[in-house]
Design a protein around this ligand. Sequence first.
Ligand code: FES
Ligand SMILES: [Fe+2]
Length: 367
Amino acid sequence: MADQPNPVSARTPPPAVWHYLENLKGEERLAWRKADVTDRPNPDERNLPHEYPFGWFVVDYSDELAIGEVKSIRYFGQELALWRGEDGVARVLDAYCAHYGANMAHGGKVAGNLLECPFHAWRYDDQGRVLDIPYAKVIPPQAKRKDCVPSWPTAEVNNQILVWYHPDRIAPIWDPVVYAETQDPDWTPYAKFEWFVYTSLENMADNGIDISHFKYVHGAPFVPEYRMTFDGRSRAVVADIKFNTPRGHVEGAITSITYGPGQSTSRFTGISETLLVSGVTPVDRDVLKVRFAFTQPKAQAEGPGANLARALIRDICTQLDQDKVILDRHKRMEPPLVCDGDGPFGRNRQYYSQFFASRNPSPKIAA
Ligand code: FES
Ligand SMILES: [Fe+2]
């Protein structure tokens, strides 16, 4: 119920985008978050990059893929097959079978730990090798090679399934980052929220350091004190915030850390301890799947502070709704025309360029 007055919000109406959202309530708002925006200008007109940055990206939640299940997923402009073997391990291959091109995620099945194609039952391991052809005496040598069907390095951490993407299929350069709270029995299971945002990853990354939009899109009464640090492949933004609550002002902080293009967290302290685990993954050149997963200490989420804890989550989701109104139809400016009150767009773009293979051909990413 994103439309209810929010006890943790210190927002001052009326930023323009609030009018756009005011009639979208409850279920309608949830549907809007995932609906196609069919009248959006094409990606060339909007100057969206042709290239996806490399790194680890969330493609599913662990508890949404059962043993023996095959799922069709689409990311990086490609059809992929995701499955979980009998051994519990999640695996990802390109979806199209090397034999006759069936999409193995549609009608394929899990055989032991292998993916069986629905067309002629060839069976693949997670390296993309054919290990079995039930009607052939000999498996062609080419089919036995690794990446006969291209394979995707896959990891499962933070109750999420991640794949490593690199346009040249270079092996992972770093490990996905693990957040201790997601394994802590004293913290709640995820509260999950999803959007399609019709823009590029780089534009989403700019949004986090765009300090001047907080007033005009999110209604912040003043620009909070920010500290930004760029360190190798991570970027931290720490903001000191005053929350308005029924008990008066409460001092708090928001620490947002980006660990590469696909993994980031925001920690909220002060009013209601909250960890937001974000996963933003490109589906196509102008489509991002955004996952927000919130966890909070159980003592807080189930105790007297439960209403505030829920309100904070609602407020954070509303902020992404507000950003989405702009980003769905936004054109990328290279470079943007900036002024002295803006965030460090130039520094952020320099930081972000390390994740593009065309600009960083032999990755020299700091540990
Ligand atoms: S197309 Fe997959 S086994 Fe023939
Ligand atoms: Fe924003």
